[in-house]
Design a protein around this ligand. Structure first.
Ligand SMILES: Cc1cc2nc3c(=O)[nH]c(=O)nc-3n(C[C@H](O)[C@H](O)[C@H](O)COP(=O)(O)OP(=O)(O)OC[C@H]3O[C@@H](n4cnc5c(N)ncnc54)[C@H](O)[C@@H]3O)c2cc1C
Length: 290
């Protein structure tokens, strides 16, 4: 079997290479697609490399939003100074993905498009309100990152739509966030359960807005509804105990090789409460260093 290789330099050339051939696929870092090809799950006729396509690189930190080129590797994002200073939870998340080889090659666009429900980025980016800029042959649209997949390895993108950038709102006043990746095996594994957390507090310390999402416990990222319980509280220990119970009751994960359904369910509650505590502690750390 021969696989053709296209190396477009513009989006238009990329659309042309993808046009009319459902078996032509994009190649970003190659980290996941090459494994799928090796295992026979994917048999592209053409690989359309995104390596040279203009407009998909760079991390722009001077504007209204954090604007990340889809071709940015996990390593590049993890080590960006502005990201680390202003959204430390995001820098930490990207530094926790897989191992150094995966982080040096894997891209944020490829990660979101691959749509493995145990992946990390969407779990935090969704609670931060991130949107993917999706370019198609006739139009560009913005898609909330949690809407990029409707099942495992099942992106909602059209065959010839390309994620070009990921836009993340900068935190507002009083906003803190955290990411907790719970690993039951080796440190470089995919998450057993993970939770992204975003909290906004007023000057008195009362929570005015809260979002939590969980990874590896459903066919796609699970946006949790229980954070509403945090609003109007100071996330005191009894509130967090109640949150833990409610989150545990709300999820129905499938068992996988990292844990039984019951184990993952119980850990989702534990990790959610941990993520809230971590977000609050990050604020205290920042205050101490000011
Ligand atoms: C050993 C190992 C461990 C890993 N551990 C983790 C982990 O702990 N956490 C985690 O989150 N991930 C993990 N990953 C996945 C990793 O993050 C990959 O980087 C990511 O899934 C794919 O990125 P890529 O750039 O290599 O995409 P590719 O493999 O090149 O492409 C993946 C898919 O996305 C499509 N695609 C690529 N770019 C775009 C785009 N811009 N627009 C539209 N479609 C596009 C491709 O056509 C293909 O279908 C791991 C992978 C491996 C092999």
């Amino acid at each position: 079997v021969t696989v053709a290789f296209a190396r477009p330099e513009t989006l238009e050339q990329a659309f042309e290479a993808l046009h009319g051939d459902e078996d032509a696929h994009m190649l970003a870092g190659g980290v996941s697609i090459v494994l799928l090809m090796g295992s026979g799950l994917m048999a592209p006729t053409t690989l359309v490399s995104l390596a040279r396509v203009a407009g998909m690189d760079g991390i722009e930190t001077s504007g209204e939003v954090l604007d990340i080129g889809a071709r940015s590797t996990h390593h590049t994002i993890a080590t960006d100074r502005a990201v680390a200073a202003r959204i430390p939870a995001a820098a930490e998340l990207f530094s926790l993905i897989g191992n150094v080889r995966v982080r040096m090659a894997g891209t944020v666009g490829g990660n979101l498009a691959h749509a493995d429900p145990a992946q990390d980025p969407v779990v935090l980016l969704s609670v931060l309100g991130a949107q993917a800029v999706v370019a198609g042959p006739t139009a560009e649209r913005l898609v909330a990152v949690e809407d990029l997949a409707d099942g495992p390895l099942s992106p909602t993108l059209e065959h010839d739509e390309i994620i070009t950038r990921v836009r993340v709102p900068w935190p507002s006043d009083g906003e803190v966030s955290s990411y907790v990746k719970f690993l039951s095996g080796t440190y470089d594994d995919y998450a057993t359960v993970s939770v992204g957390c975003r909290l906004v507090r007023d000057s008195s310390g009362e929570v005015t807005d809260a979002s939590l999402a969980a990874g590896a416990v459903g066919p796609t990222v699970v946006m949790l509804e229980q954070p509403a319980q945090l609003v109007g509280t100071r996330a005191e220990p009894d509130v967090l105990d109640e949150l833990e119970r409610a989150v545990t009751d709300s999820v129905s994960p499938n068992p996988d090789r990292r844990g039984s359904a019951d184990y993952k369910r119980a850990m989702t509650g534990v990790v959610a409460a941990r993520a809230v505590r971590k977000a609050l502690a990050s604020d205290q750390l920042a205050a101490a260093s000011r």
